[in-house]
Design a protein around this ligand. Structure first.
Ligand SMILES: [Zn+2]
Ligand SMILES: [Zn+2]
Length: 142
């Protein structure tokens, strides 16, 4: 019954579909996510890049991530809606913004990462595993 995860930007110019199951869902508290989303943390869905089928051409912004690699954030050039992040992850993995799903309730975070940057007023689920940076084994390394 489940056709997979579908989503898009706020204005609807860009749509996407995720084929297959996500590898992980995390709450990321890193400083760059705070700046890029204007929130305390962002919820990301880790998938292989081939799982993402896009309609429309996102704008991009690239900077250097925490591990020294290039990180590119993809967003709608019209409405600014954040879509996904590529780079700075092992292999060909990308992180889709869970809030851009048509039904974000379809996924549920399994851990919290970069909690070293967490803000005191930003509440997270304390029952989930917390990691200061990336998880020791993100589950995407092999
Ligand atoms: Zn848009
Ligand atoms: Zn982050």
């Amino acid at each position: 019954m489940n056709e997979g995860l579908v989503g898009g930007c706020l204005c609807g110019a860009i749509r996407y579909r995720i084929e297959g199951q996500p590898m992980f869902v995390s709450q990321c508290c890193c400083k760059d996510c705070q700046k890029a989303t204007g929130t305390g943390h962002t919820t990301i869905i880790g998938i292989h890049k081939d799982q993402l089928k896009m309609e429309g051409e996102p704008a991009t912004f690239t900077n250097t991530g925490d591990t020294g690699g290039k990180v590119t954030r993809h967003f709608c050039g019209t409405c600014g809606g954040r879509l996904y992040t590529s780079g700075d992850a092992p292999g060909d993995h990308i992180m889709v913004q869970a809030g851009s799903l048509d039904d974000p309730g379809q996924v549920s975070p399994e851990n919290c990462i970069y909690v070293k940057d967490r803000l005191s007023w930003d509440r997270l689920d304390e029952s989930l595993p917390h990691f200061p940076g990336l998880p020791p084994r993100p589950g995407i390394l092999d």
